[in-house]
Design a binder for this molecule. Sequence first.
Ligand SMILES: [Zn+2]
Length: 460
Amino acid sequence: MGAARKLGLLLILLLLVLVVGALLLVWPRLEGQPPTISLPQTPTHLGRANTLEITAKDAETGLSRLKVTLTQNNKEVSLLDKQLGSGGLWAKGPADVTEKVEVKALELGFAQGPATLTIEVRDCSLQGWFHGNLARQVYDLNIDTVPPRVTVLSRTIHLNRGGVGLAIYKVSEPTSRDGVQVGKRFFRAYAPWPQDPLARLAFFAFADDEDKGAPIKITVEDLAGNPATASLMVRLKWKEFRDDSLNLSNNFLETLAPRFLGEAPPDRQSPLQVFTWVNENLRQENHARLDQAVRVSQPYQLWEQQPFLRPMGKPMAGFAERRTYLYEGKPVSRSTHLGVDLADVAMSPIPATANGVVVFAGPLGIYGNCVILDHGLGVHSLYGHLSALAVQVGQKVAANEVLGRSGATGLALGDHLHYSVLVGGVFVSPTEWWDPHWFQDNVDLRYQEAGLPRPTAPRP
Ligand SMILES: [Zn+2]
């Protein structure tokens, strides 16, 4: 065996090491796992203008390219073609990409009718002849560029500041969202008539803190996201709410503070500091919790009797009173009283003011032991400061059924009932709901104008 042969073997060995080394380096880049594609919702419709949010992921070699195309008959438009990672032997793309793709179907010249959306993503693998693994999603959807029409069925709506209006209208096609917009607040509509599924009803509030000139209109969006608005004839009756000053005595503060001491932050422990924390911060927290509770509402009217019952008791404080609390003659805190206070004999039984379902029963900060009822169509009633509760969440109650007993829990000193009505989560004046004339002129008249019956629950 000569030196040449030895050299030959060495070369073969070296080559082998190189090949194995290269294979080891390249091996992970030969993975066969395709990327994934996801959207927040499966696209079923495209309107005049939509934004698609597309998320692509690839944990192995990363993403290399994202393509989105829209086709209809022989027309094909590329909505996006984006290089995400660079190619090459050592390249690696991003593991996770979210792209917002604007689709303007009308501007792009697409016609009404069926179309196909195709999303393709490739990763940086060397599979597929170096093009990477391919993931493809195909969605058959409908292009609809015609905005919905709204026919208002209500005539002039008389609205009080802090009060409620009822709008009835019809839409020309199914909607994904519709209701009444009052300034920045949106009041969702319901479709409570099975015989007329495109008829809509929305109770809306003009909140006590709403701007005088707040625009009020119906806003609608169809399934393809095409928006439309319609104006409502509204006459707003402005009124001023009472201003009230209350002197905080040391006696009041010292009685109240122990109830909230455990909850108030460590740097707010004096009786006055506890009070201002309860009146401002805790009030806000309680209203956020309350907001969640009243998000649940039945899609038809649960109440039978109109007006609502008025619980017994002498009125002690009215709706939307602006309260300024004085301590040693100086203003220390403010709040708005978003209900009516009624005082009767201590621990008197508190009745449900209309048929409903209990959506909250328990302690709620400033409201003490509290019951909230859902009356359907976004209407709720609240009973605060109770000493004892007699109902549970989920329970159905009839008008006049006892919910509990009056008390002085929460932010209260003497035994009384705090009663509130909410519409679409907004506190409104309860007195309208106790007034038979208000129901005639603002609720029943609306159904007559629209030629529709009261929206009670369908009979099983
Ligand atoms: Zn009250």
